[in-house]
Design a protein around this ligand. Structure first.
Ligand code: CA
Ligand code: CA
Length: 474
């Protein structure tokens, strides 16, 4: 019967260093015939768990006993340190044996799987050994080295455990990036879509569509978070040209951009322009109930095609028309003129800025602080244009208004100074006469507003609420 020595290179069977097998392996192999010398993978049961070891078998007598020193391993490393599933990784370690024995086995164990290493530089008993290029799957990996010299001297690096690395992460992939629909108007709801896939099953850490270089977070729309369609929307876009790109990162920092460079063009929203001017100038332009930040005269461009509401705002003036509905058509400029008229108070006070300032103070600091006061302010502005036109065309009416304001302003002044302010019978009567004159000439719309104010005036509540004393009323 042939005699063999068996060396088991897996660290947890170090007992073979002492020249015998653990019983379970001996049973597996059997007592009679061992295979020819060489390297084998051996499966065995260890307390019911299936394990695997690498085994080297040599003819007896091949190994001499003696004062063999264990070889040394150092400078173990893997290059590169990071990569993806197409990266070839090379492991190397420095082997040195003081007995000048070459390694009969020198392995790197990557995730417990052994790979051979070959002499890369130096001498075979004192040199650097390197693995062939190894491809790794996704995720975290670890490795360690072992070497056995000709005399069975064994070393493991590190002595216990393993070295962490590298981490393999493929960046996610994007496809089918698009905006839907690809054209529209300023009121179109646009949706952005892109299909995301990550090989490792990573969910995106960041998912953005960048519209005109502003990032918006996309949400999973269908499928799985690691393999699904992401969407952003609805998004309203202004008239003109737009562009977009997608950028995602997975949880390991793998980045993908679509397109790789530059942007996708689209959608383009058909537009025209609105040229706005008026009789006074420097009025704030309000488009679709939002301040534009521009003042007259000005041409707004691009403006989405369709109907838009244009209005002007200028302190002390009322505009005619009070607003304009403008139809914007593609590639054309629509002229939109306004007439700005001084508001009734400005006409009656003949641009007296000091008194106008005082009236504005009354409006902002007293009237607008109460809900009924705000209602009167709104009522005034709703009818201001008509009143301006009435007093501009009727000098008697204008004089009457002027007279009332000049008498009323000192009382307002003392009211605002929190002094005693008495509204006399005479003044009340004059106000009533003015209102009646306006009612007589006004539109049905103005007539009904004045009727309401007259009723309030009779009750006197509105004046008392503001802090006036009414003569003969205690
Ligand atoms: Ca040695
Ligand atoms: Ca990934």
């Amino acid at each position: 019967m042939k005699s063999y020595k068996i060396f088991i290179t897996t660290f947890f069977i170090v007992i073979t260093h002492y020249g015998f097998l653990c019983p379970s392996i001996a049973q597996e192999i059997g007592g009679e015939e061992l295979p020819d010398s060489g390297c084998y993978s051996l499966d065995y049961d260890a307390e019911g768990e299936r394990k695997s070891v690498s085994v080297s078998i040599y003819p007896a007598g091949y190994l001499a006993s003696g004062d063999n020193q264990e070889p040394q391993l150092s400078n173990g490393k893997v290059t590169p340190e990071y990569g993806d599933s197409s990266t070839q990784f090379f492991y190397e370690v420095y082997y040195q044996d003081s007995d000048k024995y070459v390694p009969v086995q020198i392995y790197v164990y990557v995730d417990e799987t052994a790979s051979y290493m070959a002499l890369e530089s130096g001498l075979d008993y004192d040199g650097v050994y390197k693995s062939a290029g190894i491809l790794l799957g996704s995720g975290m990996h670890n490795y360690y080295f072992t070497a056995t010299d000709e005399e069975g001297g064994y070393i493991r690096l590190p002595a216990e455990g393993s070295i962490a690395g590298p981490t393999i992460n493929d960046p996610p992939q994007l496809s089918n990036g698009r905006v839907d629909p690809d054209s529209g108007s300023g009121s179109t709801n646009f949706y952005y879509y892109v299909d995301y896939y990550d090989k490792e099953g990573n969910s995106p850490k960041n998912a953005y569509v960048n519209i005109n270089n502003v990032p918006y977070v996309m949400d999973l729309y269908s499928g799985k978070s690691s393999n699904g369609t992401y969407r952003y929307g609805p998004k309203l876009l202004k008239a003109g040209k737009h562009d977009f790109y997608f950028s995602f990162t997975d949880e390991y920092g793998g980045i993908v951009r679509m397109p790789t460079e530059g942007n996708y063009r689209g959608p383009e929203i058909a537009s025209g322009a609105i040229s706005i001017y008026d009789s006074v100038g420097d009025a704030d332009i309000i488009l679709d109930d939002s301040a534009t930040g521009y003042t007259t005269p000005f041409t707004l461009s691009p403006v989405a095609i369709g109907i838009h509401k244009v209005a002007l705002l200028k302190s002390g003036y009322v505009s005619f028309p009070s607003y304009a509905m403008v139809k914007v058509v593609e590639d054309q400029t629509v002229d939109t003129p306004f007439i700005l008229l001084p508001c009734p108070a400005r006409i009656a006070l003949k641009n007296d800025s000091e008194n106008l300032h005082l009236l504005r103070g009354f409006r902002d600091n007293l009237l607008n602080q109460t809900s009924s006061g705000t209602e009167y302010v709104n009522l005034y502005y709703t009818h201001a244009l008509e009143i301006s036109l009435l007093i501009m065309n009727d000098s008697a009416l204008k004089i009457r208004m002027e007279k009332i304001l000049h008498r009323f302003i000192p009382i307002l002044d003392s009211l605002m100074r929190k002094e005693r302010s008495i509204l006399t019978f005479e003044m009340k009567e004059e106000i009533e006469l003015l209102l009646d004159a306006l009612r007589e000439k006004g539109s049905p719309f103005l007539k009904s507003a004045i009727k309401r104010i007259r009723a309030d005036l009779n009750k006197g509540e509105m004046f008392k609420a503001l802090g006036f004393e009414i003569e003969g009323d205690n």
